[in-house]
Design a protein around this ligand. Structure first.
Ligand code: IMP
Ligand code: MG
Length: 183
């Protein structure tokens, strides 16, 4: 018997259902791009993508932002291969740019427990940016413990595990074109 990949399982066994389709994503990402363009007029922000999950969202978002901007990345410890958070955050790849006096916009794929974003807020505030804002494609509102406003949110989702459009399950399925709920 040939091995069946996670991708094939998801696609062929209908182990998923579309939560947000490509059209909805594109429309919302365009809106976020316009908002960011408006809010940062006259400024040259630096966008910090949180790897790995941000890569598709960030790539699409920046093409709707009509400003000079810089991009850098940070990589945090992920869930490993689990669907639940380990409760710890570690830096696997740090930012290279200097953030002091810069307008910093952190780009996340999803805020789940809020652990990562809380960690980032603390870490980045210490670097004395001129401003610090957050944009996340998705937010699990009922679950997230965040005591500050996430400035730009694409979609609020319920407490389910989602994949696609950059989001993984055991490091695969990031290349699915939309956002799906996995059973
Ligand atoms: P948090 O620290 O619990 O808010 O989770 C942050 C990170 O966990 C996100 O940036 C994602 O990379 C990952 N994550 C959380 N929920 C999901 C999910 O439903 N699907 C895939 N990845 C997720
Ligand atoms: Mg992430």
């Amino acid at each position: 018997m040939t091995a069946i990949s996670e991708f094939q399982k998801v696609v062929y066994d209908s182990k998923f259902r579309t939560l947000i389709d490509r059209k909805q994503i594109e429309k919302r990402v365009q809106e976020l791009g316009k908002e960011i363009t408006r809010d940062y007029q006259g400024k040259e922000p630096i966008l910090i993508g949180v790897l790995n999950g941000c890569f598709i969202f960030l790539a699409d978002l920046v093409r709707f932002v009509e400003l000079d901007l810089e991009i850098d990345f940070i990589k945090l410890s992920s869930y490993g291969d689990e669907k639940v958070s380990s409760g710890r955050v570690e830096i696997l790849k740090d930012i290279n740019a200097t953030l002091k006096n810069r307008h910093v916009l952190v780009v996340e794929d999803i805020v789940d427990t809020g652990l990562s974003i809380n960690f980032l807020k603390q870490k980045l505030m210490n670097l004395k940016p001129a401003s610090l804002k957050f944009v996340s494609l998705l937010l699990k509102k009922e679950k997230a413990k965040v005591d500050f406003k996430i400035d730009y949110v694409g979609f609020e989702v319920s407490n389910q595990f989602v994949v696609g459009y950059g989001l993984d399950y055991k490091q695969v399925l990031r290349n699915l074109p939309a956002v799906y709920v996995m059973d």
